[in-house]
Design a protein around this ligand. Structure first.
Ligand SMILES: *Cc1c(COP(=O)(O)O)cnc(C)c1O
Length: 401
């Protein structure tokens, strides 16, 4: 294991990250980086963000000892970091609040964002409603069709949805279009990216805003167990909820860290989103990282039952953590996640989102009858309401039975 190093001034995590963007975008990113560095240190900014975390989001989220699940696994003591209890049902709101406060301080008057499943779109539309700023959400037309409840939520919250018809008509194409919009509307627009992806300074900035998860978890576990956890586990799409939990523990060498990707129908099949198990380093959305690409370097389409993990790239910090062997990454299939989704609902009375169900599935599989007397924290980063129809269809559930 090599020692963890912070990214350099152009956002290089080892050989990953950076700013692979057109010249028109460069000044915007440099300006954003400068403003973020300045504002981040301001006491008033921290106070405002903490107040919103507490009174709007409902932080700190609790750390729940999942007794029944622990008994079922017959291995470690499992704790859930319950970020699914946040306002809007996932961790995305932590980052959106941080970025919109920054947008306000920078004097921006128009907000844009990309969304896949609609979770980041809903969180962005929410903070725009709260701060009274116009909100434009880029969304692939295929995703609009399959995520109708979230489309309706965003509209209720006052956002304008811009359908994207290019490419595979899903998340990666929405992100391309949002980047194009930003270039055209440089002066008044702020682009809120939803994960630890994209060009510098986004991966670092999003990680910082999400690391409230790990900071709280650290205090809570020290209180509950009088020691640090032995393991941390989180699901990885672009990587923001995982970085949020992991970051405050990276220098604690004894804490083992596991990231779980969506392997779809299998990491070796074409229908997968397991970027780090099946991908190779390449460039996507302005950053050098592991990506799913063909022999010509064309980005492939990802597949996962969980829309939030259905992304052919991953944040550069994760690629770096994999390379220095600080974090281990594993893939979990649709079927395994779906089973864990049901097990957790029945045993703990918590219906998880399909994304953290991947982390749960790995935990159940790899820790069964093992690692007794160890302590695990799993990031329960989203609730399952949004996934009920997808899950019901996949399970073959008939409400009339
Ligand atoms: C968006 C989302 C994810 C994937 O994004 P990360 O940046 O990898 O965290 C995971 N879980 C939930 C509940 C989400 O909404």
């Amino acid at each position: 294991m090599k020692k963890y190093k912070q990214p350099n001034t152009v956002g290089r995590f080892g050989k990953f990250g950076g700013m692979y963007v057109s010249e028109t975008l460069m000044p915007l990113l440099l300006n954003l980086d400068k403003s973020y560095k300045k504002i981040q240190k301001e006491k008033k900014f921290k106070e405002e963000l903490n107040d919103l975390f507490k009174n709007y989001v409902g932080r700190p989220s609790s750390l729940h000892y999942a007794k029944n699940l622990s008994k079922y696994i017959n291995g470690p003591k499992v704790y859930f970091k319950r970020d699914e209890l946040n306002h809007t049902g996932a961790h995305k709101i932590n980052n959106c609040l941080g970025q919109i406060l920054l947008a306000k301080k920078m004097g921006k008057t128009r907000i844009i964002a990309e969304t896949g499943a609609g979770q980041h779109g809903v969180a962005t539309a929410t903070v725009c409603a709260l701060f009274g700023l116009p909100c434009y959400i880029y969304m692939g037309s295929k995703d609009i069709e399959r995520q109708k409840p979230n489309v309706f939520r965003m509209k209720l919250l006052g956002a304008t949805i811009i359908p994207v018809e290019s490419g595979s008509k899903s998340l990666k194409d929405a992100m391309n279009e949002a980047l194009r919009d930003w270039i055209k509307n440089v002066r008044d627009t702020f682009y809120i990216i939803g994960s630890t992806a994209g060009p510098h300074p986004y991966p670092k900035m999003v990680r910082d805003f999400q690391s409230v998860i790990g900071k709280e978890a650290r205090e809570q576990i020290l209180k509950a167990e009088k020691k640090l956890p032995d393991y941390l586990i989180a699901c990885v799409g672009g990587g923001s909820n995982a970085m949020g939990l992991f970051y405050p523990f990276l220098n604690d060498k004894k804490v083992k860290i596991i990231g779980v990707e969506a392997a779809g129908r299998g990491a070796k099949t074409e229908e997968t989103a397991a970027t780090m198990t099946s991908g190779t380093p390449g460039i996507l959305h302005g950053s050098y990282s592991y990506v799913l690409q063909d022999n010509d370097g064309q980005i492939k389409e990802a597949h996962s039952i969980s829309a939030g993990l259905d992304y052919p790239g991953v944040g550069p910090e994760h690629s770096y953590l994999k390379d220095i062997k600080r974090v281990k990454y594993f893939g979990v299939t649709d079927a395994e996640a779906l089973k864990a989704f049901q097990t957790c609902s029945k045993l703990e009375g918590i219906i998880p989102a399909l994304e953290p169900s991947h982390a749960l599935a790995y935990l159940i599989k790899a820790f069964k009858n093992k690692h007794k007397n160890k302590v695990v924290i799993l990031n329960m980063c989203g609730r399952g309401d949004k996934d009920l129809f997808t899950a019901a269809k996949a399970i073959g559930f008939d409400a009339d039975e």
